[in-house]
Ligand binder design. Structure first.
Ligand SMILES: [Zn+2]
Length: 315
């Protein structure tokens, strides 16, 4: 009986491959299961890159391998003792930054409009507090510049730790030229806000690679450590003080935790507009990021593949 079943399966498989498998008039040469996975993941990558805030990364070259290593990094020495909850919280925070959805006042207006409608930045009281403003507010300008300086020092320390023996002054001059250490947001070039988001530019990766003393695997570790450093510094010196300040202001307005959990009853025009941009759930977004993971495995061709999918899809 088992023999017969095995035979049937062999025949079935042979039969199956007698016909070329087609997809939108393209012959699929790769393993079918793998193809379908690639297709799904590519759509995920597309969704991620098509989010308005991510279009820049179609033009700017990102070293995604380091971005993912950083997001999934567990704090060394703490993994065994700290609970999963802590790791989960860290990861959640990193993803929130990557998709620019940390709970800024503008972000909170999407769920608690009635409470926050008149709130502005808790430091300058003038501007709307959105993701970019948190880091670039006038009040934080000096602090941010100090963080950038410390980040560059950290990078030099890491390069030395990983075995680079190049002249420090030369490295400093080179590094200062990189777009990624620019303190203000620019659409068409990398800047420090990208590093805060956990984005690692290929430009910096290539520079380290050209020093020819640090292996590829170690550059990924170095990059991961650098991103973690930026995360910790900006959290400690900008984000946490901001949260403390907001707490005081909320208290002054008599806003309680219970108020924040209440859903809005009055839906105004501004609120309606905001709702249109209301974020879908975080884990859905994270699934889209899986597409980016595939980008790492398959390299740049996946974007060309996307173009084919689009073109064929429209006919
Ligand atoms: Zn401000």
């Amino acid at each position: 009986m088992e023999d017969r079943l095995a035979n049937t399966l062999v025949i079935y498989n042979t039969e199956q491959y007698k016909f070329p498998i087609m997809w939108n008039n393209y012959i699929i040469e790769m393993n079918l299961r793998r193809f379908i996975r690639l297709l799904t993941r590519t759509q995920g990558l597309e969704k991620f890159l098509n989010l308005n805030r991510n279009w820049r990364y179609r033009l700017l070259d990102v070293k995604w391998e380091i971005v993912f290593s950083y997001i999934n990094k567990q704090v060394i020495g703490e993994t065994t003792y700290k609970t999963d909850k802590f790791i989960c919280k860290q990861k959640r925070m990193k993803i929130q930054r990557l998709i620019e959805e940390i709970p800024t006042i503008e972000q909170m207006k999407k769920s608690s409009y009635e409470i926050y409608q008149d709130f502005k930045c808790v430091f300058c009281y003038k501007k709307k507090e959105d993701f970019h403003h948190v880091w670039t507010c006038r009040h934080n300008r000096k602090i941010l510049k100090q963080i950038i300086k410390r980040t560059i020092d950290k990078l030099i320390r890491l390069l030395k730790e990983y075995g680079a023996t190049v002249d420090e002054n030369k490295i400093l001059t080179d590094i200062n030229k990189f777009d990624i250490f620019f303190p203000k947001f620019r659409k068409d070039k990398f800047n420090f806000i990208d590093l805060i988001k956990g984005i690692f530019p290929k430009q910096l990766y290539d520079y380290i690679e050209k020093l020819e003393v640090i292996g590829k695997k170690n550059i990924v570790s170095l990059g991961t450590e650098l991103l973690q450093y930026v995360m910790d510094e900006t959290k400690q010196h900008i984000w946490l003080p901001r949260c403390e300040k907001l707490k005081i202001i909320e208290k002054r307005h008599g806003i309680t935790e219970k108020d924040k959990k209440k859903s809005d009853s009055n839906v105004g025009k501004e609120k309606q507009e905001d709702i249109l941009q209301r974020p879908i759930n975080l884990f859905g977004r994270y699934e889209d990021l899986e597409g980016v993971k595939e980008y790492i495995l398959f390299g740049k061709e996946i974007l060309d593949f996307t173009v084919v999918v689009n073109r064929v899809g429209k006919i």
